[in-house]
Design a protein around this ligand. Structure first.
Ligand SMILES: Nc1ncnc2c1ncn2[C@@H]1O[C@H](COP(=O)(O)OP(=O)(O)OP(=O)(O)O)[C@@H](O)[C@H]1O
Ligand SMILES: [Mg+2]
Length: 394
């Protein structure tokens, strides 16, 4: 997996030049323009390294390093490299006292910077444990109580949050076989390979899947829906193709996030059956309430565990005339998660092909999705829970 580096600099030109050089070296980069933005990025995304301009306005790079050190979980260490124009001893001592690991004096040479990053990474070994072959990943299925409630939006961003916030190895499967739209949401062309290539290969196994998944810039892998509605027929419900694919994926990833078609047909029921958690996405309106009741009833009839249902109220603060309490009493159960209404963030992410949990991880909408995933991940991995952080103030 590529190293993720946060570059903190208020100077946009310097920021861009450095990001381009690091990306050429195969790293992922995340931009922050102030100490408080950097702090938010750190708490939301757990990067591998942080490069910080020492002379930031308001809270400077030294103070940022000190505050990160003060809030780090014991046993973890973010390598911090301060960048400066002033290379005197006093500056170096100040940087080390502040908690930075190294100081790089400008002009910066790509090869030297790269060597310093490598040595920091070697010193503070990466925290991500490789997936054990013996443990199976969790399957999270996202099912919309009706069309257009935000199921795809939440599935994509939740997958990214699990990877960026919790450092999990994640694959996102688009199981809307006829009209899957992850290519649109993630800015990928029709030429990318899809689940059809997996199920039409000689056997559905890990090697084939590895050669077909698309690695997305956000760090997650994607198994895309067929490129046309006609080719969707090749994914057969009689042969339980989706269930076979999911079984293979869960051997390879910590989380398999599946965006399920809102028709409850045989194919979707296979996914629901395989899921460890079923996130039923709804909005506060009568037709969703009716459909959620039907889903809960269907689960009972299928002898599937109703306990695995997680009700997610999307656009929770949008005015519909039905509030959370009313919805809960109509359903006679609690709503597990609420995701706020922020159409501007959601639609601009969709139109630009950059999901908000990757491109705008500090936005309230991204944070709501991240919090939901933290709660779920904490329940599954209680020993490794990531603590909440106190925000940085100037
Ligand atoms: N929390 C939110 N706040 C505001 N707008 C949102 C939110 N979540 C999703 N949206 C918007 O709702 C619209 C539908 O989203 P999306 O395509 O994810 O829904 P869907 O349930 O997957 O739809 P479909 O049934 O077509 O598959 C999009 O314009 C999206 O930007
Ligand atoms: Mg959808």
């Amino acid at each position: 997996m590529p190293t993720r580096i946060v570059i903190v600099d208020h100077d946009a030109d310097r920021q861009r030049t450095l990001a381009a050089a690091l990306r050429r070296g195969g790293h992922e980069t995340v931009a922050a323009h102030s100490a408080s933005e950097a702090f938010d990025r750190w708490s939301a995304e757990r990067p591998d390294v942080m490069l910080v301009e020492a002379d930031l306005p308001e809270v400077d790079g030294f103070a940022l390093a000190t505050r990160i050190r003060a809030q780090e979980t014991p046993g973890t260490h973010l390598p911090i490299l301060l960048l400066t124009d002033v290379g005197d001893t006093e500056h170096k001592v100040r940087a080390l006292r502040a908690g930075a690991d190294d100081l790089q004096v400008r002009p910066i040479h790509a090869a030297e910077l790269s060597a310093r990053i490598r040595s920091l990474l070697a010193r503070y070994a990466p925290r991500e444990a490789p997936k054990q072959a013996t443990t199976e990943g969790q399957v999270h299925a996202y099912y919309g109580a009706k069309g257009g409630v935000g199921t795809t939006t939440l599935a994509i961003n939740a997958a990214i949050a699990l990877h960026r916030g919790m450092r999990r190895k994640v694959v996102l499967l688009d199981a809307n076989l006829q009209f899957g739209d992850h290519r649109v949401f993630l800015d990928l062309g029709l030429d990318r390979r899809s689940i059809v290539d997996v199920v039409t290969s000689s056997s559905i196994d890990e090697d084939i899947i590895r050669s077909i998944v698309v690695h997305h810039d956000s760090g997650i892998d994607l198994l895309l829906a067929p490129p046309s509605p006609e080719s969707a027929e090749l994914v057969s419900s009689e042969q339980h193709h989706l269930a076979q694919v999911i079984a293979a994926l869960r051997r390879m990833y910590d989380y398999v996030v599946v965006d399920v078609d809102s028709q409850l047909d045989d194919t979707s029921l296979d996914v629901v059956g395989a899921a460890d958690a079923l996130f039923v996405v709804m909005t506060a309106d009568l037709s969703c309430l009716k459909n959620v009741r039907l889903v809960l009833e269907t689960m009972k009839q299928l002898d599937a565990s109703v306990d695995k249902v997680q009700l997610v109220l999307n656009r929770s603060n949008a005015f519909t005339g039905i509030n959370v309490k009313t919805a809960e009493s109509a359903l006679r159960r609690r709503i597990d998660f609420q995701i706020l209404n922020d159409y501007r963030t959601a639609i601009s992410a969709m139109n630009s092909g950059s999901p908000f949990n990757a491109a705008r991880s500090e936005s309230p909408l991204s944070r709501a999705v991240l919090e939901m995933m933290r709660t779920v991940d904490r329940a599954e991995h209680p020993a490794q829970a990531v603590p909440r952080l106190v925000p940085l103030r100037a």
